[in-house]
Design a binder for this molecule. Structure first.
Ligand code: XLS
Ligand code: NI
Ligand code: NI
Length: 440
């Protein structure tokens, strides 16, 4: 098979002083950090849609990027070329995982039967390539938002026919995920939300979404899917208000409908900021609830305020992210999926590779920094010390849920005096982080 990205060599680690644009400066796959090779901590994945399908078009303009890979778009030949391009890109970058929507991998046909046949055909080919190139599926998903039939949502639609169509798509996408050994299955509620409450029965819609997820879990487990289901929260866009607003909202939803044993959360950096949270906040909320599943690694632009899906370069953010991941014990089935795209004017194949190098190096640096912060110990020691007053006998009783309000009131009355708590020392801690991150 002929090489597609002829101008791009295999990307290797050359170290911080390299000026080769096609080299990693920080990502050294086999380097051991806290007992594990970098690649096992980071588990990078390529997103099929942005990498192989996105052509740079936006609301105001047509494509700027050529993703035909030498074939006519909309044909099965093109679908095959995308597979070849994807595997070549993953090989050249040393990426071991990928993610896809059903709609990304084949052109839709006139009938469901024919679309499904195409999906079977292409996944045969993908499976063969996976074995040969040693690649894995981080997660699969169904695109339940692009087609006009989903304009009012999929699980939240008002049309029972649309709901059944969504169920059919999920069924097929799950079968494909199982067929190629996927570790996860994502529900990103693309249009599961509303524009106006004056035409919306919110309770009805949420119950129907839960039923669809329940059916997916039942079917998935029946056909041998042992991985994690994920909700990927997003506050808004495309809908004005989306039901899976943020991590806390999604966890409450999963618990309410008894789905929390099968689901975890897939957290996207840019979605966190759309919800008015930091990325780290969302990761921590998931982690303390045992629901940190996987990550869509990208970055938004706070001046723009929409889902710009940029390749991540903010090392403070990647450091905070990897700190949370390390503290949570690392990924199990999850990983770092670059749900990210090159900017519209960065329209060459070379830009695509350089974007991945940027993202991978940023997360490698994040991992190195996070490990350094943990190994240094000052931050963790400070936090522990900050709550040390709860180490007293009474404090322990409170934590164990054994104290009563009367007893605490009585203690308080007897206590000599209540003093103002110690300083939070935020600026000091930030200077420690700077010191550890930015060696002068
Ligand atoms: C869109 C989402 C989407 C999901 C997969 O904002 O991030 O790309 O990750 O459907
Ligand atoms: Ni995403
Ligand atoms: Ni997104």
């Amino acid at each position: 098979m002929s090489e597609i990205f002829k101008n791009v060599p295999k990307v290797r680690y050359e170290g911080q002083n390299s000026t080769n644009p096609y080299a990693f400066k920080f990502y050294d796959a086999e380097r051991i950090i806290m007992g594990k090779p970098m690649k096992e901590h980071l588990r990078f994945a390529m997103a099929w849609w942005h990498t192989l399908c996105f052509t740079g078009s936006d609301m105001f303009g047509s494509p700027t990027m050529d993703k035909s890979f030498g074939a006519e778009c909309g044909t099965m030949e093109h679908a095959y070329k995308k597979v070849d391009a994807g595997f070549e890109l993953m090989d050249k970058l040393g990426i071991e995982y990928f993610c896809f929507h059903d709609a990304d991998i084949v052109p839709q046909a006139d009938t469901i039967a024919e679309t499904n046949r195409r999906l079977d055909e292409i996944t045969d080919y993908i499976k063969e390539k996976m074995e040969k190139h040693n690649k894995k599926l981080l997660w699969g998903t169904a695109n339940l938002f692009s087609s006009p039939i989903y304009m009012n949502g999929a699980g939240s639609t008002n049309s029972v026919d649309v709901y059944c169509r969504a169920a059919g798509q999920i069924k097929k996408a799950l079968e494909l995920t199982v067929k190629i050994g996927g570790l996860g299955f994502v529900f990103w509620g693309g249009r599961e939300g509303y524009e106006s409450l004056w035409n919306t029965d919110m309770k009805f819609e949420q119950e129907n979404i839960a039923s669809l997820m329940r059916m997916a879990v039942d079917y998935g487990r029946r056909i041998g899917f042992r991985g994690d289901f994920y909700i990927e929260p997003k506050a808004k866009e495309p809908m004005k208000h989306q039901y899976d607003f943020d991590v806390a909202t999604s966890i409450a939803f999963l618990r309410r409908y008894g789905l929390d044993k099968d689901f975890k959360i897939n957290i996207e950096a840019n979605h966190a900021t759309l919800a008015g949270h930091t990325f780290q906040h969302e990761l921590r909320v998931a982690a303390i609830n045992g629901m940190l599943g996987s990550i869509d690694a990208n970055q938004g632009d706070l001046l723009l305020g929409w889902d710009t899906d940029e390749f991540p370069y903010n090392v403070y953010e990647t450091t905070a992210c990897m700190y949370e991941v390390l503290k949570a014990g690392g990924f199990k089935n999850g990983g770092l999926n670059f749900d990210a795209k090159t900017r519209r004017p960065s329209n060459t194949y070379e830009d695509l590779f350089i974007s991945f190098i940027l993202g991978m190096d940023s997360f490698a640096l994040g991992l190195i920094n996070a490990a350094r912060i943990i190994e240094d110990g000052r931050i963790d020691a400070f936090v522990k010390e900050r709550y040390s007053s709860f180490e007293s006998e009474l404090g322990r009783k409170i934590r164990e849920g054994k104290a009563t309000l009367e007893e605490l009131a009585e203690y308080s009355e007897k206590a000599v005096s209540v003093t103002v708590p110690d300083s939070g020392r935020q600026e000091y801690l930030l200077s420690v982080i700077n010191q550890l991150m930015l060696k002068g």
